[in-house]
Design a protein around this ligand. Structure first.
Ligand code: PMP
Length: 427
């Protein structure tokens, strides 16, 4: 028995399912999760000291690779001054200023502790601002685990094959309407059926929680137009895409200004941070300025701000990183697609820059219904094959691969060799 198996035995006694977030469990691939001892650059080391090329990258935050020295130094320095004060600090002003000065569609921002909190709060602000209750989300998009958003959600719910969660009273989701991704008429129908009642449309501008699904031409522009016409707010959930697809996230990449944006992951540099921001008049609804209440004992925590702000500074100082990430993505996912064709495998590769995923279906995947046709049994076989070759992937068909600045050409070659090896086993 390896160390991970031993740790899992202990964990199962005291932690539900042995993990502190269900997406970490290897249940649906029939294995025991690797317990991680440490990580550096593109590599992660398990409790037995085995080294893997890591494509989870903490589910997105580690865009520069693991354990970078610049971020680490800032964190250590901040720790020396104290871990938390529950009072305003200079670094929170630095963070807010930096975000608002560098992201054109954000005039004011509020820091929170996770992506879940960011989205939950943005929805509350949108409802408070518009005086309307209903929201539209898309099937297969995941926006954290707050009650009203656990409807046809992607990520761990999709992996478990369940549309929602027990413990969420019907009343909490009554005002959540669902539309189909890449299907503007499905959005228009909801607006027609609920005139003057929809506060906001929330979308992952590139969906990355039902596997990776790209917005088709005109989809995001269409949402912008509909929201403007209907007086509803457009919320881009950029928890994954923010500071990844471009510094200004999907909004910059696709040239669309949402009314509100939510961040998480990269903005915390590996610490528990989220943020939501947007135009003055919407953000001025938030307490203590306005009537929308939202608070947090540890929000804007100085150690977390030190990590996040330094990571953002590095990304801003190195715009070439984004070109490099694009190139790495083209190489990895582009070559995967070629291999799929070469071996005639019934797979579809979807990619957006550094995000990508292999669906075990030969259908073009453009929404939740099609994504669900992927063969999860085959995914489990593929996952195990890759893990045996020391490639650390998310243990679910419906999650993304994350490339970081630290991944080398050699890492990518090694991954492609393993991928080709897997395709050969199918022949
Ligand atoms: N929104 C999106 C798009 C996400 O991918 C996630 C998490 N994967 C969340 C919200 C929730 O973030 P957190 O897990 O930090 O609460």
């Amino acid at each position: 028995m390896g160390k991970s198996e031993e740790l899992m035995e202990r964990a199962l006694k005291y932690i539900p399912g042995g993990v502190n977030s269900p997406v970490r469990a290897y249940g649906n691939v029939g294995m025991t999760p690797r317990f991680i001892q440490g990580a550096t650059g593109p590599y992660i080391f398990d409790a037995d000291g085995e080294k893997y090329i890591d494509y989870i990258c903490s589910w997105g935050p580690m865009i520069l690779g693991h354990n970078g020295q610049r971020v680490l130094k800032k964190v250590v320095r901040a720790c020396e001054d104290g871990l938390s004060f529950g009072a305003p600090t200079e670094i929170e002003v630095d963070m807010a200023e930096f975000i608002c000065e560098h992201i054109p569609h954000i005039e004011m921002v509020r820091m929170v502790n996770s992506g879940t909190e960011a989205v939950m709060s943005a929805i509350r602000a949108a409802r408070g601002y518009t005086g309307r209750n209903k929201i539209i989300k898309f099937s297969g998009c995941y926006h954290g685990h707050s009650d009203c958003l656990l409807v046809d959600a992607g990520s761990g719910l999709m992996t478990a094959g369940i549309p929602g969660s027990a413990g969420v009273p019907e009343g909490c989701t009554r005002d959540t309407l669902t539309a189909a991704y890449n299907d503007l008429p499905s959005v228009e129908r909801l607006f027609e059926a609920n005139p003057g009642e929809i506060a906001a449309v929330i979308v992952e501008p590139v969906a990355a929680n039902m596997g990776v699904v790209l917005p088709e031409n005109g989809f995001l522009e269409g949402l912008r137009q509909i929201c403007t016409n209907e007086g509803a707010l457009l919320i881009f959930d950029e928890v994954i895409t923010g500071f990844r697809l471009a510094f200004g996230g999907a909004a910059e990449k696709f040239g669309i200004a949402p009314d509100l944006v939510t961040y998480g992951k990269i903005i915390g540099g590996g610490m528990p941070v989220g943020a939501y921001g947007g135009r003055h008049e919407v953000m001025e609804m938030v307490a203590p300025l306005g009537p929308v209440y939202q608070a947090g004992t540890l929000s804007g925590n100085p150690v977390a701000m030190a990590a996040g702000l330094e990571q953002l500074h590095i990304l801003w100082e190195h715009p070439e990183y984004y070109t490099e990430l694009e190139k790495k993505g083209e190489k990895l996912y582009g070559r995967m697609e070629e291999l799929v064709k070469l071996y005639g495998a019934p797979c579809t590769v979807n990619a957006a820059g550094s995000l990508g995923c292999v669906f075990f279906t030969d259908s073009k995947v453009t929404n939740y219904t099609i994504a669900k046709t992927a063969d999860t049994v085959e995914f489990a076989r593929y996952f195990k094959y890759m893990l045996d070759r020391r490639i650390h992937l998310a243990p679910s068909q419906f999650e993304a691969m994350f490339l970081s600045e630290a991944h080398t050409d050699d890492n990518i070659e090694e991954t492609l060799e393993a991928f080709e090896g897997y395709l050969k086993t199918r022949e």
